[in-house]
Design a binder for this molecule. Structure first.
Ligand code: BGC
Length: 423
């Protein structure tokens, strides 16, 4: 597959050097070079990013790898800020949602409108992603995938020990978790980091409140929704979840939590479908060794998406590298090969679903049906909605509640106050 990917990518890009040499026959073309700042360092993530690196190199590029460990990207974001402030931005950055807009507003990003026109991005990129990667009418990033956030990953053998199936409602979730606890299993594998706590929170908001409530509270920041009884119920469920994790949860990386499910120490993990990539990288088979089910909700899909943005960095080699990268990311074969390994689904319209596993197919169907029924919502934990200040306000309160004995009502009051101040 990678072979065919490389052939496909080569084919697409074969024209670029040809055009350049026609334009300036005597000038030697600079080698396309990109320093790529990313945080894809877990087993599954590393396999996926390798596909991109290999395609870049197969097309004559020099890839300077700049990985920053730490799931969810908060550590990488700090490195990026420091590098930009010191006048040394990396040329190519893995980036999400509102971060893209913040860097674009600061004037640090190159626009990619020429690449977009040449690559027909208007036709290829779904509307839900266009608003993420465009700023003031211009493309400033290129999307590589669509991740679904609202998933439970379960170990069927562990669930079978208490005669349970993956839960379909929060009542079932709690009943199963109690049984698992009594049988000596960790019900919920979790890593206590703010973005992971917020991942739990947003799936509970969708599950308990529904898509309209999610939009009111997390997207529109409607104060009544933030102060509502529904939000109290959300924190009640968060309190329950906090009793289903093991004492070792603080600070744990998300992929180590996934490994606990694989090893049968824990029964379930609530995490986006990058977790599936960990199971796949370990040779596990969906539906047999692990099970994917949407987190309890009537309808809905929490959208997350990774993109690449190009920072303003001088040098012809860098400019060539950015062009090469921008044209590769939406290449059909690359989209297929990358997303098969990453756990996500393609960001490009029209990629055949052939070869994708049942969890990915379910994600594709759920996305289409959520779009149709207006139940597609944007991840707050993963920065698709809200700027850094508002997201930070949510994360502070969610994490404080999860780690203390704060009551649900206190959490709601604090949340409404801090979010209103930060907006
Ligand atoms: C990113 C994924 C990544 C995950 C864990 C998410 O926010 O969108 O690409 O795999 O964090 O690092």
């Amino acid at each position: 597959m990678v072979q065919s990917l490389l052939r496909g990518a080569k084919l697409v890009l074969a024209l670029a050097p040809l055009c350049a040499s026609l334009a300036s026959p005597t000038t030697a073309r600079a080698q396309p070079t990109s320093e790529v700042l990313h945080y894809w360092t877990s087993g599954g993530e590393a396999e996926a990013v390798k596909v991109l690196k290999e395609a870049f190199e197969a097309n004559g590029g020099r890839w300077i790898d700049a990985p920053v460990a730490g799931g969810g990207g908060d550590a990488q974001a700090a490195v990026l800020r420091a590098r930009v402030l010191s006048g040394d931005p990396p040329s190519t950055v893995q980036i999400k949602g509102q971060n893209i807009h913040e860097w674009a507003a600061a004037g640090t990003l190159k626009t990619l409108d020429d690449e977009a026109e040449a690559g027909n991005w208007d036709a290829l990129i779904p509307e839900v992603l266009k608003r993420v990667v465009k700023y003031e009418g211009s493309y400033v990033a290129v999307p590589i995938n669509i991740h679904r956030v609202d998933w439970i990953w379960s170990n069927p053998e562990v669930l079978a020990r208490v005669n349970a199936e993956p839960p379909r409602t929060w009542e079932e979730f709690n009943a199963t978790a109690e049984k698992l606890k009594a049988a000596g299993f960790i019900p919920l594998a979790h890593g206590g980091q703010p973005w992971q706590d917020a991942t739990l929170f947003e799936v509970v908001v969708l599950g308990i409140g529904g898509a309209d409530f999610y939009k009111d509270a997390l997207e529109e920041l409607n104060e009544d929704a933030l102060r509502s009884d529904t939000m109290v119920k959300v924190f009640d469920q968060m309190r329950k979840l906090s009793t289903y994790v093991d004492p070792g949860f603080p600070g744990r990386e998300w992929n180590l939590a996934t490994a606990m499910v694989m090893r049968g120490e824990a029964a379930m993990q609530i995490m986006g479908d990058w977790a599936k990539a960990e199971f796949l990288a370990a040779g596990e088979v969906p539906g047999e060794d692990f099970i994917c089910t949407p987190t309890p909700s009537n309808n809905g899909f929490i959208l997350n998406s990774d993109s690449f943005a190009m920072f303003r960095v001088p040098g012809e080699d860098v400019a060539e590298g950015q062009k090469l990268m921008a044209s590769l990311v939406l290449d059909e074969e690359l989209q297929r090969a990358f997303n098969l390994l990453k756990g996500s689904i393609p960001a490009r319209k029209g990629v055949s679903s052939e070869g994708f596993d049942p969890c990915a197919l379910q994600s594709m169907e759920a996305l289409a049906s959520a779009e149709e029924s207006d139940a597609l919502v944007n991840s707050l934990a993963h920065e698709i909605v809200q700027d850094g200040a508002v997201r930070g306000a949510f994360l502070d309160v969610i994490t404080e509640h999860f780690n203390t004995d704060m009551s649900s009502q206190e959490a709601v009051n604090l949340l409404a106050e801090t979010v209103m101040l930060a907006r």
